[in-house]
Design a protein. Structure first.
Length: 246
């Protein structure tokens, strides 16, 4: 996996993660307005359904893998349905976030993450996505890096699959959980990280979720998985805090 230098190094802010800051507007103005509607094929090492969405630590059942400890190792494969960052169009852009939330994220500190941009994305799109990712996942990371790769992404009612470099780097395959009818089972009214809107968690356990590159590879089968479409925009963010004495 080729590491990227995207104009600025990866930056960790006190309340949010930004992978590579978008270039400042001419004249020192504010960041451009942006919006993104994206669908995520997501899976992790937790049992179905990932308790991290209800608690501040992962499931304790990971000892069954012979490693012990608590962790939530995940692959989140994004495809932007529609979006923009100022004049930069994001429709159809793909990117991947993989990593480990660690054992206790009650203080907003996660273990590690790698954001991989599809090779087809432009530098301007990558800079824009980096800013938006920081809003979707408003946390800090012990380690945060970026990469690029060839990404494929296919989603349907019954199955979904995403690959990085044909599966050599990463893979997520989901299969719809059987319900009482042919319709998907959906969890609604549950917040997805920092995104203010979503259409529900469509339950689809993984047949495999794997990250096969770097120094911390992992692979799980039959654990948590779902699809979700999120919607977020710069106007959703609250006002910036006032400076001391102002």
């Amino acid at each position: 996996m080729q590491r990227l230098v995207l104009g600025v190094a990866a930056v960790l802010f006190s309340t949010a993660v930004v992978v590579a800051g978008a270039p400042a507007p001419a004249g020192g103005g504010t960041s451009p307005a942006w919006n993104m509607n994206a669908t995520i094929i997501e899976a992790c090492s937790c049992p179905m359904f990932c308790q991290c969405y209800f608690n501040t630590s992962p499931s304790g059942e990971h000892g069954a893998h012979g490693e012990g400890g608590h962790y939530c190792r995940f692959n989140n494969a994004f495809k932007v349905n529609r979006g923009s960052f100022g004049d930069v169009k994001l429709d159809g852009a793909k990117f991947w976030v993989a990593g480990d939330l660690g054992g206790d994220f009650s203080h907003g500190l996660m273990d590690w993450a790698i954001v991989t941009f599809d090779r087809a994305t432009s530098k301007e799109q990558r800079d824009a996505i980096a800013t938006i990712v920081g809003s979707v996942y408003p946390v800090k990371w012990n380690s945060l890096t970026t990469a690029e790769g060839d990404m494929s992404w296919t989603a349907g009612k019954d199955e979904a699959r995403a690959l990085l470099d044909g599966g050599k780097t990463a893979e997520v395959s989901l299969k719809r959980f059987a319900g009482m009818t042919d319709e998907p089972i959906v969890i609604r009214n549950l917040k997805y990280w920092g995104a203010p809107r979503n259409d529900g968690f469509v339950l689809m356990p993984n047949t495999v979720e794997a990250f096969r590159a770097g120094s911390k590879p992992f692979e799980y089968k039959g654990t948590n998985g779902f699809m979700i479409t999120i919607d977020t925009a710069s106007k959703d963010a609250g006002p910036a805090p006032k400076k001391a004495g102002k």
